[in-house]
Design a protein around this ligand. Structure first.
Ligand code: NDP
Length: 452
């Protein structure tokens, strides 16, 4: 019998921590989990879940306009921010309770408070010390706002969902997932949105064709998208905020959202008390089994860097619990992880970008399609979809699939299975399409692209 209070003490009840705690407990481990903020972490409270609810809300705005061409007539309904915000709050509170119940039901002790590591086997929460055979750090990430005059006036994705009043004029800084998603949300809800990105083309890391297509479509949807510009200062003025830019111009806004990346959430964790090494990016260094350089301490999720996605954190938490408490030698396979950016239209991506594939495979065959979706022939909306396949010319394997268009997340999830299974272009070609859909385009791309 172990002399420790617990077999596993998890710090952080987000996606990775909760999954690890529940699974470890289901294998019979004695588990405690400490959380100082909200059950379910970023994803449930200030990330994926409320974001998707707000995306749905924002799509009605243009949906009512689209409906006119299909014969629907009448006065357009007005949007009410308070209703959306408070309904969202109710739903998130329901999910918080479910997480709590699931953990308690699995037999884990839930401790409210911030866990601070005292030594390799001890965590303090407030004045109480708990000992455990193994510690798991799953504290996730925290929004990063750079230093500049007036940065205290900026809000982040932690606050934007719950603003007291709807920001009629919103400035968004950044060119990654969060910036483009919130630009689409607030544009759809009726705000005047200006998005600022510091370099010449945003969505760094995505396929270049997707980045260029997004740079056309996002302004078409009504967002004022500005490249090669950054904020110099923010000042409070009588009627909101004055945002001074480094090109000498200025904007007035009701709110300024900073979506300039996230840092690992390590503040006050007590890492100075143990032998845990950090990577250059400040994330926790782990091996294939999520073990840190302190043998009894493990880490999963955004706090270890890599792809900062909820399903990745879930997979890591699960693999950790199976290996340490379930007797299974499981590793996470990071190949062909699909993801979606819920901007409008949505981006879906799986596998290599063209730029990466050229380095990895050499000769490629490319297939591209740029078209107006059937729905918009009657809606009259000026919105184009773009789809692209990247094929390794030597093996015929489809190694990259990228799109921007309606339902890109749903479509990409399905194709990701085929791509992980090694599907070739020949298999794509012999797959019969579902007509009329957007997804069928991926199985009917016959002619390789030969240049613009
Ligand atoms: P990202 O790292 O995706 O983007 C950060 C953006 O901010 C980049 O465009 C970057 O520019 C810019 N930036 C960084 N520092 C500064 C600065 N000092 N001044 C001006 N601009 C700056 O971070 P996000 O915050 O958007 O998202 C964090 C992570 O969360 C994502 O990487 C993703 O993994 C995850 N996420 C996933 C979602 C999904 O799956 N749908 C949704 C939301 C988040 P540059 O390119 O020049 O570095």
């Amino acid at each position: 019998m172990s002399t420790f209070d617990y077999d596993l003490f998890v710090i952080g009840a987000g996606s990775g921590g909760v999954r690890a705690a529940r699974m470890a407990a289901s294998f019979g481990a004695r588990v405690a989990i400490a959380e100082d903020q909200y059950m379910g972490g970023t994803c449930v409270n200030v990330g994926c879940v409320p974001k998707k609810l707000y995306v749905y809300a924002s799509q009605f705005g243009k949906g009512f306009d689209d409906a006119v061409g299909f014969g629907w007539k009448g006065k357009k309904p007005q949007f009410d921010w308070t209703t959306l915000r408070d309904n969202k709050k109710g739903e998130i509170a329901r999910l918080n309770d479910i997480y709590d119940t699931l953990l308690q039901g699995a037999g884990a002790d839930v401790i409210n408070g911030r866990g601070r590591i005292i030594d390799a086997h001890t965590v303090a929460v407030g004045d109480t010390h708990y000992s455990a055979d193994k510690l798991l750090i799953a504290t996730g990430g925290w929004p990063f706002v750079p230093e500049f005059p007036g940065n205290e006036h900026a809000v982040t994705s932690n606050e934007i969902f719950d603003l007291e009043t709807f920001p009629r004029r919103l400035v968004i800084v950044g060119g990654g997932y969060i910036a483009v998603e919130f630009a689409g949300i607030f544009n759809g809800l009726g705000a005047n949105v200006t998005q600022l990105y510091r370099q010449s083309l945003f969505l760094r890391g995505f396929d270049l064709d997707i980045r260029k297509h997004a740079a056309q479509e996002i302004p078409n949807s009504g967002i004022d998208l500005k490249f090669e510009v950054n904020v110099r200062s923010i000042k409070q003025i009588k009627d909101g905020l004055r945002v001074e830019l480094d090109d000498g111009t200025a904007l007035e806004a009701d709110a300024v959202l900073y979506a300039t990346g996230r840092n690992p959430n390590l503040a006050g964790l007590g890492l100075e008390n143990v032998n845990v090494t950090l990577n250059d990016a400040g994330t926790i260094a782990v091996d294939h089994a999520f073990q840190t350089t302190e043998a009894s301490i493990f880490a999963v999720g955004d706090v270890i860097g890599g792809m900062e996605l909820t399903p990745v954190a879930l997979a890591e938490g699960m693999a950790f619990a199976r290996r340490q408490f379930g007797g299974m030698n499981q590793q996470v396979d990071y190949d062909f992880i699909p993801s979606a950016v819920f901007c409008q239209p949505t981006i879906g991506t799986v596998g290599f970008t063209e730029e990466q594939a050229r380095v990895e495979f050499g000769e490629l065959r490319l297939f591209k399609s740029n078209f107006r979706p059937l729905k918009h022939t009657l809606s009259g909306r000026e919105e184009k979809s773009f789809m692209k396949l990247i094929v390794d010319a030597t093996t015929d394997r489809v190694v990259g699939l990228h799109m921007m268009g309606p339902d890109a997340g749903e479509i990409t999830q399905g194709f990701a299975v085929a791509m992980r299974a090694g599907a070739t272009k020949a298999i794509f070609d012999t797959t019969i399409g579902i007509h009329p859909t957007t997804a069928e385009e991926f199985v009917t791309l016959r002619e390789p692209w030969t240049g613009d």
